[in-house]
Design a protein around this ligand. Structure first.
Ligand SMILES: Cc1cc2nc3c(=O)[nH]c(=O)nc-3n(C[C@H](O)[C@H](O)[C@H](O)COP(=O)(O)OP(=O)(O)OC[C@H]3O[C@@H](n4cnc5c(N)ncnc54)[C@H](O)[C@@H]3O)c2cc1C
Length: 412
């Protein structure tokens, strides 16, 4: 029987960051990475918008994202893999009610050294060509039907932007393979059927299924970087409901259109968030747009729905930016968020019912921007038994039972 010191399940950016950082910090044991996909980044990582921002109000999200942004800024030179790092900034626009909450958030950012600028409607319009903050020109019935309100102010985060998480995951795994004295073994097309636990609950191994059949491997430790498939694996391993995580799987779509007009400034717009969570960013000649469906069911279904763009995004956005009316839908895709229903934050650290079982799951749509730093911290936890760089204990899995949630109280 093959034996490994650590098996990492999941070859997305979460698994990649963990594996690379373990090796960078001196892990020299036998390391196996398995993923049921045919290559790196076949889960959410390859379907992500890749936005990163440090405009959070909880210290742990702020710290992880600020640190990740620094890692990403130097990723290409340090890892030898370009990741399309674009520090274009984030621009949150606000109606009157949300704008009234901004001073509280601003106080927290100031205290923590997070850079931000407050923008007037005129300054917002300068940054996004053709955007109208006022709604005076919108027909009153349309205004009411779409729930449009005037934009009265905006928050610009200069240390935010976007990158390609798939390339970053590639970079992590490439360098993990050729930079250290020990090479991890990578197994693609391999499904983990179940985790094996000893009588005391500690991890002892995994049951795998690959192209050449089923295999049991022994493992001293197992790290789950398995996104929305985590609970299915825990259930298949015989874990009772109280050992599962409050994580569901929600479909999220991205849409690709032409840029709205010829104005060259479109290529440099910040990642912009307007009416009821519609967000968009420029990528070359394209606009990438998305909006989370509030009531998305818990499902692994990923059918792409062009009508969602037309009805939920284009219809509203063309009132805000009239040129959007003529934007042609070119393509798009659907992926899955591993949404933590309790507080919409990641679950990092050891599973408290199973010694040796490490969790890096439940990222709730911010895993691309948090996992570069989270990998540094989790590697410390594995190697040293404690966090050194950032104390990620607020994100421990037991917080749900302990009713000690990590809530973003000021949602901007
Ligand atoms: C449309 C969309 C837009 C997004 N936009 C952003 C954004 O702007 N900013 C941001 O920070 N985040 C964003 N996210 C979220 C981000 O992409 C994820 O949080 C991040 O990629 C999670 O990485 P991961 O490695 O944890 O999971 P994944 O990339 O999902 O990888 C999990 C892997 O585990 C494997 N796996 C699971 N179970 C098993 C098993 N039993 N056996 C073998 N393999 C298994 C899967 O095959 C998969 O490859 C977005 C996500 C989507 C879908």
């Amino acid at each position: 029987m093959r034996r490994f010191d650590l098996v990492v399940v999941g070859a997305g950016i979460g698994g990649g960051s963990l594996v690379y950082n373990l090796l960078a910090q001196g892990f020299r044991g036998r390391l196996l990475v398995v993923d049921r996909g045919a290559a790196v980044a076949m889960g959410a990582t390859g379907l992500s918008a890749g936005g990163f921002r440090n405009l959070w109000t909880t210290p742990i999200n702020q710290r992880l994202c600020t640190h990740s942004a620094k890692i990403l800024a130097h990723f290409a030179e340090e890892m030898g893999v370009p990741i399309g790092f674009r520090p274009s900034g984030y621009l949150f626009t606000h109606g009157p009610e949300a704008w009234a909450r901004v001073p509280l958030a601003a106080e927290i950012w100031r205290e923590n050294g997070v850079r931000f600028e407050l923008l007037s409607p005129g300054e917002i319009e300068d940054r996004v060509p053709g955007l109208r903050c006022g709604i005076g020109e919108v027909d009153e019935e349309v205004r009411e039907f779409l729930g449009l309100e005037p934009i009265v102010g905006g928050v610009f985060g200069p240390d935010c932007g976007s990158f390609d998480p798939s390339q970053a995951a590639q970079g992590y795994f490439l360098r993990a393979q050729d930079r250290f004295p020990v090479r991890p073994e990578l197994g693609f097309g391999i499904e983990v059927l179940s985790l094996l636990f000893g009588k005391d609950g500690a991890v002892t191994g995994l049951r795998l299924k690959g192209p050449s059949g089923e295999e049991t491997v022994e493992a001293g430790q197992v790290a789950l970087c398995t996104g929305p498939w985590t609970n299915a694996l825990l259930q298949a391993s015989g874990c009772p409901p109280e050992e599962l995580m409050p994580v569901i799987s929600q479909k999220r779509m991205l849409f690709v259109t032409d840029l709205p007009g010829q104005d060259p400034r479109w290529r440099d717009i910040p990642l912009t968030i307007v009416d009821q969570g519609i967000y968009f960013k420029a990528e070359g000649d394209n606009l990438i747009l998305g909006k989370a469906r509030k009531d998305a069911p818990d499902s692994l279904e990923t059918t792409f729905e062009p009508d969602y763009y037309l009805e939920e995004i284009n219809l509203v956005l063309q009132e805000r930016i009239p040129a959007v009316a003529s934007c042609r839908l070119k393509s798009g895709w659907a992926g899955l968020y591993d949404t933590c229903t309790a507080d919409h934050n990641a679950i990092l650290g050891w599973h408290d019912a199973h010694a040796g079982l490490l969790l890096q799951v439940g990222y709730s749509g911010h895993g691309a921007m948090e996992s570069p730093a989270a990998g540094v911290c989790l590697a410390e936890l594995v190697l040293d038994g404690a966090y050194r760089t950032h104390d990620c204990r607020p994100l421990r899995g037991s917080r749900f039972r302990e009713k000690d949630l990590v809530e973003e109280r000021i949602v901007i």
